[in-house]
Design a binder for this molecule. Structure first.
Ligand code: F6R
Length: 603
């Protein structure tokens, strides 16, 4: 996920810009750049890879004395992670940096191309600077040009723009992506995409609201929304660096659970147009030649794959088979070139998944990576890639990476159904409406979190947990059990609810905890019978359902949904929070559980 910093003042610009970007490094990035405007000249530097590369490039650069500067770390969304695509992007006399996605950039770009504007990069961001300069060429002042530019943009953005037309000014705008302004006691003005880079530099900050924009000059900040002036609501900045990175949450995992609603919005951004799913990344796959899908993955990514297998067959009517990568590699699999080979990986470096991908490629299969890290080994190896856009995940136990994988797979299912004309348009409309409701379903209900905190004290012992579910709630049960065992070190299994009576029910007694996923939109009555069977054997039941269930020992009431995936994501949140609260009570290191690594590069 990209990071932004900006500075107006007399100090050495490079120092704040690079140290600020360093504080944002944990969010993940693949290139970085800065631009400094001083004495009527703009100097700009960019580098791919680590910040140390930009640091080395600017080693001999100095910019003390009054001036303004902007800096950016880029997490590629449109266009490869190259130096040309790194920010800042420039026009003839202005430079811009941007976080987020400009959804209507294609339309804007087409208009600008007709005017003869030349584009250097493949990014959506570059349209901002050219549009701004176009308004100036048409006679606007820099201020009204910026206002007009912002009002032409659709999508999510935090923008900083500097221009030789107003050499003391940083123009800024914020919508759906964070942007913070800070002021020092020496009247310097700072910008950042989170408060961490500002610690030690300023004592008070303002967190901009969606739709706010304006310009900052030495000593003064003009803030507007819908052309109406707004008051600055500065507040004290009292955080230390680590807690600033955690945004006040106790653990990164907790923060990542809470930010799922936002990141899933990023996964969807620009990928739905009207009644269609648009995946430009896959425009060169000939789906007429594809009759089936095979997915390989490990751990949580395998659970996302298993969820998708239900969606592919039910919605896109395409045969889908899922395998654990370490099993697939040694079973001498039968492979054919009419099957699309998909790998899923959060890190893009998992050894077994990478080797499975290489095997499929060597057999001439078309390969697709669904991955969170651009330029990772898996992305570089696959023919095609869909990035999940979760941003870097710091908690070892995967949460938001899983949510964005499932969303990406769901999008891909609908895209494939459309390509193969196997999905009726009314169904497509229902699915797209359901997809767009997911960010809302992923808002954490504080009352439910509080209830899970209270309940968690009853689940710190026992001889095991069974998470049970049917259909897509079976892979969710597997994932819920995996989360719990990873961070609590308690034994937990995920099981298809209908299978309990074929063996595991022998374990049932009051010390066996059953976490029952009982959605209302899918197989409720079947699930109810399975849970009743466990209750009759005295298993302690924690039921998660929108429907009150009187046999439950503990009950978490979920909201009413009209689509199973809405229930899926709400229940996913609950199982993640349950694991988190149990782990915290047990005093475990939630973010770095024992024996686990974030990137498993060994077989
Ligand atoms: C569990 C978890 C792991 C990973 C697995 C595969 O929380 O994160 O099970 O899912 O190690 O890793 P990736 O997705 O990076 O290939």
């Amino acid at each position: 996920m990209c990071g932004i910093v900006g500075y107006i003042g007399v100090k050495e610009k490079r120092n704040f810009l690079l140290s600020g970007l360093k504080e944002l490094e944990y969010r993940g990035y693949d290139s970085a750049g800065i631009a400094v405007l001083k004495n009527g000249e703009i100097d700009s530097f960019k580098a791919t890879g680590k910040l140390s590369h930009l640091d080395a490039k600017t080693k001999n650069y100095s910019s003390s004395g009054f001036g303004i500067g902007i800096g950016h770390t880029r997490w590629a969304t449109h266009g490869k992670p190259t130096e040309i695509n790194a920010h800042p992007h420039w026009g003839k006399f202005s430079y811009v940096i941007h976080n987020g996605i400009i959804e209507n950039y294609k339309e804007i770009k087409e208009d600008l191309l007709k005017d003869g504007v030349e584009f250097l990069s493949q990014t959506d961001t570059e349209v901002i600077v050219h549009l701004f300069e176009k308004f100036i060429r048409n006679g606007e002042t820099a201020f009204s040009a910026f206002e007009k530019t912002v009002s032409s943009l659709q999508g999510a953005y935090a923008i900083l723009l500097i221009s030789l037309k107003e050499p003391d000014v940083i123009f800024f705008a914020k919508n759906a992506v964070p942007l913070v302004i800070g002021k020092s006691t020496d009247n310097e003005i700072f910008f950042s995409s989170s408060d961490a880079p500002l610690i030690g530099w300023v004592k008070e900050v303002m967190y901009l609201e969606d739709g706010q924009y304006g310009w900052a000059q030495n000593h003064s900040i003009t803030l507007l929304k819908n052309t109406t002036s707004q008051s600055l609501k500065m507040q004290p900045l009292t955080l230390d660096k680590i807690s600033a990175q955690k945004d006040g949450y106790r653990f990164f995992m907790e923060k990542e659970i809470y930010e799922q609603s936002l990141v899933v919005g990023e996964t969807l951004m620009g990928r739905i147009k009207g009644n269609s799913v648009v995946l430009d990344e896959l425009s060169h796959i000939n789906f007429d030649n594809i009759n089936a899908i095979k997915i390989c993955a490990c751990g949580t990514s395998y659970h996302a794959a298993l969820t998708a297998s239900y969606l592919f067959e039910r919605l896109a009517k395409v045969r889908c088979n899922v395998e654990i990568a370490s099993e697939f590699r040694y079973k001498t699999p039968l492979l054919d070139t009419t099957t699309l080979f998909v790998v899923i990986s959060q890190s893009g470096e998992t050894a077994d998944t990478l080797e499975a991908l290489k095997m499929a490629k060597n057999r001439g299969m078309t390969t697709l990576a669904i991955c969170n890290v651009d330029n990772s080994s898996i992305v570089r190896t696959a023919d095609f890639t869909l990035l999940t856009r979760a941003g870097i995940e710091k908690g070892v136990a995967s949460t938001k990476a899983f949510a964005t994988q499932v969303i990406t797979l769901w999008l891909f299912t609908l895209f494939m159904g459309e390509q193969k004309k196997t999905i009726p348009s009314e169904l497509m409309t229902e699915e797209i409406e359901a997809l767009l409701r997911i960010p809302l379903a992923l808002h954490v209900d504080e009352a439910i979190h509080e209830k899970l905190h209270r309940l968690s004290k009853r689940y710190l012992h026992g001889h095991g947990f069974f998470f049970i579910g049917r259909d897509i709630f079976y892979p969710l049960a597997l994932e819920g059990a995996l989360k719990l065992k990873e961070i609590s070190y308690l034994h937990a299994e995920g099981y298809p609810a209908g299978e309990m009576k074929h063996g595991p029910i022998a374990l049932a007694d009051s010390e066996l905890f059953t976490i029952a996923l009982m959605p209302k939109t899918l197989l409720y009555d079947k699930m109810k019978s399975n849970v009743e069977e466990l209750s009759a054997r005295d298993s302690t039941l924690l039921v998660i359902s929108p429907e009150t269930f009187e046999l439950a020992d503990d009950f978490i009431k979920t909201k009413a949904h009209i689509h199973p995936m809405g229930e899926f994501f709400e229940m996913m949140l609950i199982t993640q929070l349950l694991a988190l609260e149990i782990s915290i009570r047990l005093g475990n290191d939630v973010d770095m559980p024992r024996n686990l690594a974030k990137s498993v590069t060994v077989e």
